[in-house]
Ligand binder design. Structure first.
Ligand code: NAG
Length: 157
């Protein structure tokens, strides 16, 4: 193989994509939440959300820690969250500009094989959404537990 081909394969191989996020399955707790930041540009929402996620590297409202895995500007933010009891979840936020505002789809998925059913993946997403900005039109998909009153119930898990 010539050098140019090898080099281009290496470059393509190193490009991260939001589609690399692990898929939902029945063996790992998971949840998806969509919401909209009405009237906002995703350029603005991305900046805010990225700084919230990085701020949560110290500690999040539920005493866990996020660490940024990768992000693509104005497109997605992918982080890992470790709870105080050492459960690890992947969490991704994908941003799409719509005429109504910045639409965000957040997904969280446990890394370990476990069937814990306590709604923590919901809160992994919800806390970041809430601290980023005021959102509306929240909807969920594939969440076994949807927390009621998350502003209270997502700070202790
Ligand atoms: C939120 O949902 C309502 C009802 O479906 C819709 O009328 C409204 O336009 C939505 N808001 C935004 C900002 O998309």
């Amino acid at each position: 193989m010539n050098k140019a081909i090898v080099l281009s394969i290496l470059i393509i191989g190193s490009l991260a994509k939001s589609s690399d996020f692990p898929p939902f399955d029945i063996f790992h707790a998971h949840c998806q939440i969509s919401a909209i930041y009405a009237g906002r540009q995703c350029t603005d929402t991305f900046t805010r959300m990225s700084s919230i996620v990085q701020g949560f590297e110290g500690e999040d409202p539920a005493k866990g820690k996020y660490s940024l895995i990768e992000q693509n500007i104005n497109d997605y933010i992918w982080a890992e969250r470790i709870s105080s009891s050492k459960w690890v979840d992947d969490v991704i936020f994908q941003l799409t500009q719509t005429p109504a505002g910045c639409q965000v789809v957040g997904k969280a998925r446990a890394q370990y094989f476990y069937f814990k059913n306590d709604g923590t993946t919901y809160c992994d997403i919800w806390n970041v959404l809430k601290y980023t900005d005021v959102f509306s039109n929240l909807s969920t998909k594939s969440c076994r537990i949807v927390k009621t009153n998350p502003s209270v119930n997502c700070v202790a898990y």
